[in-house]
Design a protein around this ligand. Structure first.
Ligand code: ADP
Length: 170
């Protein structure tokens, strides 16, 4: 991979020892299914207590909390768009997720950030289109900023791995 600040791994994101993992949350920030549920289970109940104080998060935005029982020091919660055909601003909202996540990481002096495939699970965003947005927005941010020093795309299936690998290899 040419850009050494980008990495791709297949892993359970809750296990990673990084400055921040990113959560694909919902607007309540009070937990849910998929990666959100896994992160809350692994981080423990104190995460929910902090999340309650944040008053939710709009779609396309992000908020940061502690990592609690995770190895990761922080969690950046972002709310991806629910896919509803592609004519409801989904692409711009997903791009905004990656932009706000990166900006929060930079503002908090974070070096290493691990990020799952936002919106591609329960929220139904087509995987390849989502991966293109993830890679484009992240690359664009890294070109302009020294931090985060490294961004790790964390996939959960062989299919997602192949999609990211193909795009990153180009
Ligand atoms: P969304 O509601 O934004 O679609 P999901 O959690 O349903 O969020 O899915 C987002 C992505 O996270 C999917 O690609 C899913 O396979 C992946 N995923 C689910 N659990 C984990 C996990 N523990 N670690 C990394 N990725 C995960």
């Amino acid at each position: 991979m040419e850009n050494r600040r980008l990495e791709l791994i297949k892993a359970d994101i809750t296990t990673l020892d990084v400055d921040a993992i990113v959560n694909a949350a919902n607007t309540t920030l009070l937990g849910g299914g998929g990666v959100d549920g896994a992160i809350h289970r692994a981080a423990g109940p104190d995460l929910l207590e902090e999340c309650k104080s944040l008053n939710g998060c709009p779609t396309g935005q992000a908020k940061i909390t502690g990592g609690y029982n995770l190895k990761a020091r922080h969690i950046i919660h972002t709310v991806g768009p629910v896919w509803s055909g592609g004519m409801h601003n989904e692409h711009a909202l997903l791009a905004s997720c990656y932009q706000t996540v990166m900006a929060l990481a930079e503002k908090n002096n974070l070096s290493t950030v691990a990020i799952p495939c936002i919106s591609t699970g329960i929220y139904g965003f087509p995987q390849e289109e989502a991966a293109k947005i993830a890679i484009n927005e992240t690359t664009r941010f890294l070109q302009k900023n020294k931090l985060p020093q490294k961004v790790i795309f964390v996939v959960f299936s062989d299919e997602s791995y192949k999609i990211y690998w193909k795009l990153l290899d180009q």
